[in-house]
Ligand binder design. Sequence first.
Ligand SMILES: *Cc1c(COP(=O)(O)O)cnc(C)c1O
Length: 501
Amino acid sequence: MNEINSKPEIGLDPANWDDIKTLGHQIIDDMVDYLKNIGNKPVWTPIPQQVKDEFKKPIPQQPADIFEVYEEFKQNIFPYHGGNIHPKYFAWVQGTGTPMGAFADLLAGVMNNNAAIGNQSALYVDKQVINWCKQLMSYPETGSGILVSGGSIANITGLIVARNTIVANAKNAGVYAAQGKLTAYCSSETHNCLGKAAEVIGIGNEQLRKIPVNDNYEIDIEALKAKIKEDRENGFFPFCIIGNAGTVNTGAIDPLNELLQIAKNEKIWFHIDGAFGALAKLVPAYQDKLKAIEEADSVAFDLHKWMYMQYEVGCVLFKDAAAHRAAFATAVNYLTAHDRGIAAGPETISNYGMELSRGFKALKVWMSLKEHGVDKYAAMIAQNIDQAFYLGEKVKQHHDLELMAAVTMNIVCYRYNPGNLDDDQLNVLNKELLMRMQETGIAAPSSTLLNGSYAIRVANTNHRTRREHLDEMIAGTIAIGSTLMKEHDSKLFKFDFLISK
Ligand SMILES: *Cc1c(COP(=O)(O)O)cnc(C)c1O
């Protein structure tokens, strides 16, 4: 035997499988305790410096015991989550996840499918989940879709198909194949991932026309029509209108039916960013406002936000399945389908999006929908909306609180306003108030600017939230606000000083 063949061979599975079982049971026990008690802990805990220092250590050269690795995780990682699994977390738009969703991710990890290709269960589950997503949106059965990492990539995928469908030969010739510079249209309240999408598809952010909004933060239809007309007169090539089903700032829903009509008249692609708001389609009171989703050329939405599923999973649907496929399909030798064997499976999902290798993200969607059923999700989403209206009312009732935008869905923007401060001072006060509320772990809303005014922004996509949690947040707001006013009066906290800095 030569030297190479006599060397003992190695692998990465454990030497002792019983240890894995023991550790696995420990992890499940810890996981259940963690989730069961999450509401009794602060919504967020700042990370101590010595823990941050742990993450600067160099790459390990030598193996460590699996129990020690897990212990380190428990010490330095597990306690310092971002907060979004907590019942009093309302920052940005973040989902909560479920225990069953965590199991699904674990099981997907065990199977470790490359869910892109091959005659394997994962591809059939993926197809079924896409069909279920169409049913969620009452979207045509003949449509198609793909699961992606989230709303950003879902929107980009939508715009790629829009470009490649409206501009013949864009796939080979790029945007240069268009007769005139391509322009797309959305409201000024649109999420910045659509700006990124405009950059990625080669039209450039300037050619994404940000149309002003009305007092309800919905796109101004007349301004949109005028801009399209003006662009056509100046030799531009309008190819896509993007409607918002739930803007990130206030949850506003653009007049989607009108946008759909304009897109039809102008022969423009109609895409909807419904990252969270599209899911309100499950709630009867929103069905009319969101009816146009059913006829949109493409619609993007997240399952990890308002379907409460584990990160990461989003979806984009297309009315024209052939156009969807044509935008991405390529025939390459190493992906050729066979009559039998593993390569006889469904068509590779890489023919429907940018990615080739993909995890089995469909499994958590499949298991979650089986566990709860659509009706439960509809009731859950309706409850989040009811809670937002409840919060809006509580804000209106208190003389030191001001509602900053009408509540229309699940987002509430408010501020502490004792009445004797100017706008700049209020901005400083409320920013400080929010940071204290987060640091003390009372509750975790985030912030935004509405017409230049700083607002505490509550986005409710949280299945763990109950009305009492909102009551506690309001009580916390008032307590911190009045403390800040006292500090201001005794010159401990200076609004003006902070502004001039
Ligand atoms: C969150 C969000 C996005 C981006 O989705 P990700 O899943 O975070 O990539 C896009 N649009 C809106 C309205 C959003 O709320």
